[in-house]
Each structure stands twice: as C-alpha cells, then as structure tokens.
Design a binder for this molecule. Sequence first.
Ligand SMILES: [Fe+2]
Ligand SMILES: [Fe+2]
Length: 283
Amino acid sequence: MTVVVSDRVAAKREVRRIKNLPTVPGIVAKISRLVENPETSAAEVGRLITQDQVLSAKVLRMANSAFFGMSRKISSIASALMILGFDVVKGLVLTSSVFDMIQKSMAGLWEHSIGCAAASGAVATALGRDDAEEILVAGLLHDLGKVVLALNMQEEMALIRGKVEREGLLFYEAENAILDFHHGEIGQWLAEHWNLPESLAEPMRLHHNPERAVVYPECTAIVHLSDIIIRGWGFGYAGDPLVPPISMAAWEMLKLKPSDFGSILDLLEPKLANLSELTRQSG
Ligand SMILES: [Fe+2]
Ligand SMILES: [Fe+2]
C-alpha cells in the first residue's frame, strides 16, 4: 500500500530529512556568511568559489551564457563578482550546485527553468528595471520544489503525474489535490533551509499565486508571467502541457501593455536560441 505524505508537517520533515540537499549548497551557505561580513572582499569570495574547479567552471559558463549577453568574456569568478554582483553569482553557484539534480528530476525541467530565467530577465529589462539579473536568478530557481518531489517523494509524484494526465490539470493543481500544498511551498522550505534571500524565496513560493506576495510582489509577478510565457513558447516542460491564465493582479501591477510583448519576445528569442549550450553542462 502506498503511504502518501499528506500533511504539511510530515512533508516538511521529509524535505529536511533529504540527505543530499542540505550539503550540496554548503558552499552557498559559506558564501552567505562571508558576504554578511562587511570586511569581506570580492577576492575572498572568489577564492572560496574557485576552490571547487568544477563548480567555478559551471558558474563561468552561466555568467558567459546568453543570459547576460556580456560583450566581453568573463574569465574569472572575481570579475563575475564585480560585473554581476554577489547575489547573482550566489544564485549561479546554487543553480550549478543543483544542476545535476534538476536534470535528473524531470525531463524538460532544466530547459523550463533556464527558459523562465531568460524570460524573467527579458520582462524585467522591458520594464526598465535595474535588477534584471537578480530577477533572472529567481526565474532560474522558481520550480526547485519540483526537484524535491521528483527525487525524494516518488510515490506522491507518480500520483500527481497520473492526475495531471487523467484530469488535464495543471501540475500545481494536481499537487494541491494530492498533497494539499504544491511545489511553491516546498521551494519556500528549501529557501528557509538554505538561507536564501526573500527576493528568491517569495517568487519560489508564490509564482502561482502572485497576488499574495507582499515583500517582492513585482519580482514575483515577473516570474509568474515568465513561467506562463515560456510555457506558451513550448520551451522545456514544467510537468503539464498547459498554459495557465495570467493573474489579473500581476498583470495590473506590472502595467504592461499588450504592445510590450513585442519587445519582450524580441529580447527573448535570441537568448533562447543561444541557451542550448547550458543544457549540455556536465561534470
Ligand atoms: Fe511552478
Ligand atoms: Fe515553472
């Protein structure tokens, strides 16, 4: 008989119990501690990341990818820190640390994640925001809760997938029906556990309910919209083949005009065409 984790406390315990998750981003926790100290220099943080050569190669590959469209190559972690800033590099370290897990978890989820990241960057740029890189990282990590489900709660995952297929539900609707919560909440627990900033935690939690965001409502609305844009584009796979409606609250908050979509899609198209190299990251 299948025993399904059906209440939040048990599920939260399940997430905390997962052995490989907390250790993987250990370097992220170290970086956070270093960055909290005002005396810390970029060189020190750079040295810490560079100790792990595989990780720093992955971070540099992402820093030089179509995401950021840099005119000059970023050749060291130190210059990535100077050009992109601590928060973005930290997000890239985290993403690179969990890259293999995202790839193993669900076919198409990595592509969906980088697509949503590129779309988040494009929407933020079209809105004239100067924190487009940070919002891009929130897009990259928004569905991390699904990784936990796929890798560590396989029985529940099978039930959710079955419900999506049989009833034509969105993935998060099927999660709500089976678990009484969805991957956004799991993402929030991960974010707490890993001490991620609220600018990442809130969009991870509320990208399907952006009207509930209070601390970073615009960032959450941008990730919400970008998730829908990339689903509509058909880039990657988020667990169901559907394109959900855009939240009215998010739409009104962003004050986007239908004509802005032209510039968003113009920004996005070349990035998506060039992001394929990131789907082949390995080792
Ligand atoms: Fe999601
Ligand atoms: Fe998503």
